[in-house]
Design a protein around this ligand. Structure first.
Ligand SMILES: Cc1cc2nc3c(=O)[nH]c(=O)nc-3n(C[C@H](O)[C@H](O)[C@H](O)COP(=O)(O)OP(=O)(O)OC[C@H]3O[C@@H](n4cnc5c(N)ncnc54)[C@H](O)[C@@H]3O)c2cc1C
Length: 344
């Protein structure tokens, strides 16, 4: 039985694991490693340290299906809708530029529930706090090294982390890339943002009418969401949560500063936009160094094959585009390579 390692329990890695299981069933052992303490990647949902408040989506906010993707990815949308993971967005989003006949969806249990759905369908052996630091070719296998020490060997490896993190890996990857592949990967660019979540106690009522709002008149803040209201998940008797995303320009200007130093600047700006905002019971700040892809890998079918045997491929939103459908495209394209490589 082939052993496949998928690095990254974000949407691309989780969906790739799920599709591979559905295609090859018990003919493959699928192992997923992520350096984080939980799944989701940039579709992460953070719990409040105090269990009386609602959780908060610090990364992706909602899923937009264009008419073309609603058709070509119909099976994914209908699976997520029928299992209750996705629901149509009904809340008011001020300043949302609705394009053509696109449909917006929210996740009542938070964005990470999309990733968790595919991970549980995959039946993969899932390991968190497994930070990959190096890849070494050993005959027909890959030896994969972890930051905490130790290594394991696999017949095929799939890398789904942001491209700069792929390029940081030690071992054989660097000299196995062709000059052209290296140039393409070096050209990938991401925006950077900070996200802040404010968690409130259950007696707090936020008086503004919107579920989310795009801000155009602040140098610092670009987006604010009442996360519980956006997801239509107010009912549970939990306190509301508020999520703030900074502008890309602010993210860039403060990128090298510690998030602890940047958080007060964001909060000061928030109080100018929402005077009288009640005091939260806790606050969480996240720096997204690699937020959304600005320049993706050119002329690429959703993945890049570095070595055919033993198989080493890279995928993720940088190989398509930065949203749900981009990750689906990448996972589908990696599935076809894995299938060809793993079936005799
Ligand atoms: C602020 C923000 C807002 C967004 N808004 C939206 C939105 O509204 N709608 C939408 O559709 N998309 C949105 N996106 C984009 C969307 O979140 C991404 O396109 C998608 O989550 C990318 O998934 P991925 O699996 O390709 O990568 P990731 O989610 O980045 O997953 C990669 C995983 O690899 C892990 N990893 C990294 N390095 C290593 C290593 N060395 N060893 C082990 N594990 C490692 C990481 O911990 C991570 O879990 C947003 C993103 C951000 C940041």
């Amino acid at each position: 039985m082939s052993r496949v390692l998928i690095v990254g329990a974000g949407l691309t890695g989780s969906l790739c694991a799920c599709l591979l299981r559905r295609e090859l069933q018990n003919k493959v052992q699928i192992v997923v490693w992520d350096k984080a303490r939980g799944s989701g990647g940039r579709m992460s949902t953070s719990r409040s340290p105090d269990p009386s408040s609602h959780s908060a989506d610090l990364g992706a906010q909602y899923i937009t299906a264009t008419p073309a993707y609603a058709k070509s990815h119909h099976s994914f949308y209908s699976e997520l809708l029928s299992s209750g993971v996705l629901q149509p967005l009904h809340g008011l989003i001020e300043g949302l530029k609705q394009k053509d006949d696109s449909k917006n969806y929210v996740t009542p249990l938070g964005m990470s529930s999309v990733v968790k759905h595919f991970l549980s369908e995959s039946g993969a052996d899932l390991f968190f706090e497994h930070h990959v630091t190096g890849l070494y070719r050993r005959g027909a296998s890959w030896e994969v090294e972890r930051k905490a020490g130790g290594s394991e060997t696999f017949d095929a490896v799939v890398l789904t982390m942001p491209v700069p993190q792929i390029l940081q890996l030690q071992g054989d990857l660097g000299h196995l890339l062709s000059v052209q592949q290296r140039q393409k990967l070096d050209g990938v660019e991401y925006s950077s943002r900070f996200a802040v979540a404010l968690f409130f106690s259950p007696d707090v009522v936020l008086s503004f009418p919107w579920a989310a709002r795009y801000v155009t008149d602040s140098p610092c803040i670009r987006y604010i969401a009442v996360d519980s209201r956006k997801r239509k998940a107010d009912a549970a008797g939990l306190g509301p949560s508020l999520v703030i995303h900074t502008s890309v320009q602010f993210g860039l200007e403060h990128l090298e500063r510690d998030k602890e130093d940047v958080q007060p600047i964001i909060l000061q700006e928030l109080h100018k936009l929402l005077p009288g905002l009640p005091q939260p019971i806790s606050i969480k700040c996240q720096k997204w160094r690699y937020s959304q892809v600005l320049t993706s890998v050119p002329d690429c079918p959703g993945h890049m094959t570095i070595v055919n045997l033993p198989l080493l491929i890279c995928g993720g939103d940088a190989f398509s585009h930065s949203n749900f459908d981009g990750c689906v495209e990448s996972a589908l394209s990696m599935l076809s390579v894995l299938k060809d490589s793993l079936t005799p």
